[in-house]
Every structure is written in C-alpha cells, then in structure tokens.
Design a protein around this ligand. Structure first.
Ligand SMILES: Cc1cc2nc3c(=O)[nH]c(=O)nc-3n(C[C@H](O)[C@H](O)[C@H](O)COP(=O)(O)OP(=O)(O)OC[C@H]3O[C@@H](n4cnc5c(N)ncnc54)[C@H](O)[C@@H]3O)c2cc1C
Length: 313
C-alpha cells in the first residue's frame, strides 16, 4: 500500500474566500473528493442588483440568489463542507498553508487558498445610473438584452470598445451611442455602426430620467431628451478584496480592469493560491465563473495530492 501523509493540524484542505458561483463550484468538486473545505462568504455577489439571471443553462430567468442558494445547499450536504458567513479581512501565508482573519478578529487556517471573491463594478458617474444599475442601466446584453423587448436602447460609449459594444447591443434594439467624452471614431468603427443602424450622439448625458428603476430616457447637457427603455453603461471592474496583491500574486490588465493573473488551471503566480471567477478573467458570467471554479478545484486537488505524495507544495 502506498503511504499517504496528510500534514496536520490544518483544519481545512482548502479555504475558499467567496462563496458564490465560482467558489461553490470549486467547493462542490473538492468535497466530492472528501476534502475539508471552508467556504467564506459575506453575501454580496456582483449580480445582487439584478432581479433575475439569464443565459444560465437550466436556470434561465431565476433570481441569481436562488441559483446560488440551491448550489450552497447541495455543497452543504457533503460532510466535509463547512461555511462561514462572514467577511474575511486579511490573509497571510503561514507554514504549510494560509491563515484567514475575519472581521471579528477570529482566524482559521487551511492548506490551500482559493480566491473567488469577485469584483466590484465601477459605474459611470452620471446621475441616475446607480439607482438603475442591474435593472435598466445594464452592462451585459447577453444577460439582459432579450428582456428589454426591443425599442430604443442607449449605449454609453466608454473606452476603445465603445463601437464594438454598441454594434453588439444593436442586436437587441434601436441603439443610440452616446459618445460623451470620447474623442472620435475611426472610419472602420463609423462604418460598422452605420451598418448596424446605430445613431451616434456626441452630446454628453446630464442625467437619466424616469422613476427609478424605470428609465424613460436621458437628458443631455444641451437640454434635449432622448427616450430610451434601457441603457448599457458598461462598467470597469476592480477586484473586490486586496488579498491577491498582498500575497504577491501578479495582476493583469484587461479592457474591463485589472484582475488576478492565472494560468490555464486557475493557478496564480503564488504557489498554493488559486483564483476563479470574475476576479481572474475579462469577460464574465455565471457559467464561466462556475467553469473556472471547477478547473481551480481540480488543480488545487492535484497540488494537495502532490504534496502528500512527494512533499512538494
Ligand atoms: C447587474 C449584473 C447582472 C448580471 N446578470 C447576469 C446574468 O443574467 N447572467 C449571468 O450569467 N451573469 C450575470 N452577471 C455576471 C455575474 O454576476 C458574475 O459573472 C458572477 O456573479 C461571478 O461569480 P463569482 O463567483 O466570480 O463572483 P460573485 O458572484 O460576485 O461572488 C463573489 C462573492 O465573494 C464574496 N466576498 C467578496 N469579498 C469577500 C470577503 N472579503 N470576505 C468574504 N466574502 C467575500 C461576496 O460576498 C460574493 O458573495 C451579472 C452581473 C451584474 C453586475
């Protein structure tokens, strides 16, 4: 019989910070391998502003919280799953693993760390966007475009991808692209927008109007009103907690913002630290986060087995 040595006394094989789609997906894999997993979560998933989640196979149109709650219950049914519904405020590497500190000062340790705590959206600073975010001020046409049901839709042009974004959104309605601060469009972009039937409006938006979360349209800085059913405002993201940078993980820039750098198996540049979900990718949705969680769990599992069989971390 081969010898199996499991370092003790770490109470958990894996600490998972962020118990939403990516974290729960990883936890599911690990508890099915009978690994002791602690899922840490403080209940602020990125999509909490939206009434329903769409485009999620077998869960289309369900509230995002309902999808996560069902997943949590399925993970919790395994005897090696543990949950701590609290904010993690610090993480440090210790001999043989990692230590997480909670807001109340308590601590726990584990052999491996999975960061799946998501990102925060940095919204455009236009009056009326915040109170409509996730309802009529949107970022993802694949998630919410169909439900608008056609008609006039706005796109707030931000960054180099404004034209491509507007050209995509045009699939779901009659689009006006509000160029705002942008300097101009290349001839190729202008041609693309013309072919997609997009109207270009160079005047800045002063505010969104209507009884939030309903949107009736936007008031421009020159006082004109443009009627809209919804507006896609895009969003830059920032990683929701600073743990990766504190642990020395490399970050990488994407068109959406700076995220954690991972390899094809969701391994960060720091040994024993894995990252999955929105915080480690550019384009994101529930399905991709779930897939990342599964990939990370398999890599994390393999690193545990490697340590147990060869002593290498
Ligand atoms: C408005 C909106 C609507 C969306 N609609 C859809 C949709 O219809 N369909 C779709 O597929 N995708 C949708 N998305 C995208 C989807 O929400 C994300 O891709 C998905 O939530 C990413 O999952 P995740 O597990 O990586 O992170 P999240 O779901 O954001 O979860 C991160 C978790 O980590 C926790 N956390 C963070 N920091 C800490 C900490 N320090 N301590 C403890 N816990 C912590 C948070 O509380 C949270 O529960 C939408 C996004 C937005 C913004």
């Amino acid at each position: 019989m081969p010898t199996v040595t499991r370092p003790e006394p770490m109470p958990h094989d894996a600490l998972i910070i962020g118990g939403s789609y990516a974290g729960l997906s990883a936890a599911m894999q690990l508890v099915r391998a009978r690994r002791r997993v602690l899922v840490i979560d403080d209940g602020r998933p990125r999509n909490r502003f939206a009434a329903r989640a769409h485009g999620v196979l077998n869960n289309d149109g369900k509230p995002g919280a309902e999808i996560a709650a069902a997943a949590r219950a399925q993970v919790a049914a395994y005897p090696t799953a543990a949950f701590r519904m609290a904010e993690a405020v610090a993480v440090e590497r210790i001999d043989g693993g990692f230590q997480v500190v909670f807001a109340d000062g308590t601590r726990t340790t584990g052999r491996r760390l999975l960061l799946s705590h998501g990102v925060e959206d940095v919204l455009a600073d236009i009056p009326g966007v915040r109170e409509r975010w996730g309802r009529t001020a949107l970022h993802c046409p694949w998630c919410h475009g169909y439900e608008i049901g056609g008609g006039p839709i706005g796109v707030l042009g931000r960054g180099d991808h404004a034209a491509a974004y507007a050209a995509t959104v045009a699939e779901w309605g009659q689009v006006t692209l509000f160029m705002g601060m942008e300097t101009g469009l290349s001839p190729e972009d202008a041609r693309l927008l013309y072919r997609r039937g997009v109207t270009i409006e160079p005047t800045l938006i002063a505010r969104l109007e209507g009884e939030a979360p309903t949107l009736t349209g936007v008031r421009l800085t020159d006082s004109r009103f443009v009627a809209l059913k919804a507006i896609f405002v895009g969003a830059n993201v920032r990683v929701a907690s600073p743990f990766a940078e504190h642990l020395g993980c490399e970050m990488t820039d994407t068109p959406m913002g700076r995220v954690i750098k991972v390899d094809g198996m969701q391994q960060t540049t720091q040994p024993g630290v894995f990252a999955a979900g929105d915080l480690a990718r550019a384009a994101s949705n529930i399905t991709l986060a779930t897939a990342d969680g599964m990939t990370a769990a398999h890599a994390l599992f393999r690193s545990l087995v490697e340590e147990e069989t060869t002593g290498a971390v």
